[in-house]
Design a protein around this ligand. Structure first.
Ligand code: DI6
Ligand code: FE
Length: 402
């Protein structure tokens, strides 16, 4: 199938000019990939089967949400109410609430219930032009439920309209039955669960929660060594509530991304820069937890660490189901520019997931495209609660058919 998109403006996200913007543009798509992009008047080939007039609209790369916990059962509105009355996230976690309460609900849910609940959430993300989404396990914390969560993620990825990157997050929290046996739990993940996940090909990467209320740097390192031995790339929840030096450790092991990073120090920034590790900012969690310590955006910029932005959708700290809202929060709460926010949900999000075939509109890349009813690309992170996405192409195929 060959298709020419015309009468549009294209934010290619190539570096060199703001948004890599091309006015009066055309995009040629062939075999699911971008064949050509540029000023329409420069396009010579007229062998295309279909011309699509986009009415002057803006085209961007399909958006990429590179950090979500989309698979779970139940919700945590009660806990949220308690937090609004003054209870801290850590207190709730130490009292056996928090992540562990979602673990109970998820363990009790069957495959089809989880699939249905996750599908409904995924549809909300997709409506905003998302064409690739990362989905983590980590609310099972036992063999059976971790596998079930990852199978749900894989099943959702079989749909042609979105690519799902599945991440194994067995080291998310200590389940109650292991409260006095930390080392046994880490051993269970390394010796039983990770091998089963890998044997079934259920994970594209391995993540961990390195934090005072979760796992130590050394515990995470042992899980990561086992992941690397199986050829799985790494990412880490690091320095969210305190500085555990997790980012430096993960970057030292070549991690694709370190996420959160509110308490990241200069050594961590340098280690990430040296390794090319992407900084994934998740302002939704910061907003819901009413944090005050901001991630060191200036230091990340000066060190040229690529910055991505994501929803971190999860039922506890970030029930945000909008990548555009996360981009807006990245600007308002963390001082990103609208261009950095869009780059953070396209080119740099692709990098955080280890992709070099998407996130930018240029020849050879996948034709994952979103079409927006806006004048300027800055409008994508400007409004809240407004979805100007009008059309999505996934690998060149229009999501609404054709
Ligand atoms: N990501 C996480 O994995 C944890 N916080 C975050 O931002 C906890 C998620 C949860 O509370 O369920
Ligand atoms: Fe998270």
């Amino acid at each position: 199938m060959q298709r020419l998109l015309t009468n549009c403006r294209v934010a290619t996200m190539r570096s060199g000019s703001p948004y890599g913007l091309i006015e009066n543009a055309a995009v040629a798509i062939r075999d699911g990939h971008i064949a050509w992009v540029g000023i329409a008047a420069d396009y010579a080939d007229d062998s295309f089967e279909e011309r699509v007039d986009l009415g002057g609209r803006l085209v961007t790369p399909g958006l990429i949400d590179c950090h979500t916990h989309l698979v779970y059962a139940g919700n945590r509105a009660e806990e949220w109410s308690l937090r609004l009355q003054g209870a801290s996230y850590e207190e709730i976690a130490r009292r056996g609430g928090g992540i562990v309460s979602t673990v109970s609900a998820t363990r009790a849910a069957g495959h089809s219930q989880l699939l249905e609940a996750t599908r409904a959430r995924l549809d909300v993300l997709l409506a905003e032009g998302v064409t690739t989404v990362e989905v983590k396990s980590g609310y099972g914390l036992d063999l059976e439920t971790e596998l079930r969560m990852l199978r749900v993620a894989r099943e959702l990825g079989e749909a042609t309209e979105v690519d799902v990157v599945a991440t194994f997050l067995g080291a998310h929290a200590l389940p109650p039955e292991y409260r006095e046996r930390r080392a046994d739990y880490v051993r269970l993940m390394i010796e039983e669960v990770l091998p089963a996940v890998a044997a079934e090909g259920l994970a594209d990467a391995v993540d961990a929660y390195c934090e005072g209320i979760a796992f130590t740097t050394e515990e995470v390192r042992s899980v990561f060594e086992s992941a690397q031995a199986r050829g799985l790339p790494l990412r880490l929840h690091a320095e969210q509530l305190s500085n555990c030096q997790g980012a430096a450790m993960a970057a030292g092991m070549g991690a694709l991304s370190c996420d959160h990073l509110e308490y990241l120090d200069d050594a961590g920034v340098e280690a990430m820069a040296a390794a090319g590790t992407v900084a994934v900012l998740v302002p939704g969690a910061w907003y819901y937890l009413r944090e005050t310590q901001e991630p060191p955006v200036d230091a990340l910029r000066s060190a040229k660490v690529p910055i991505a932005v994501s929803t971190d959708h999860n039922p506890g700290t970030s029930p945000v189901l909008s990548i555009l809202a996360a981009m807006n929060m990245g600007c308002v709460l963390f001082g990103l520019s609208p261009e950095e926010a869009l780059r953070g949900a396209t080119a740099n999000a692709a990098r955080a997931l280890g992709f070099d075939d998407r996130g930018v509109i240029e020849p050879g890349k996948l034709a994952d495209l979103a079409v927006w009813d806006v004048q300027s690309p800055a409008e994508l992170s400007y409004a809240l609660g407004h979805n100007p996405c009008r059309r999505v192409f996934k690998a060149g195929v229009s999501r609404n058919g054709g």
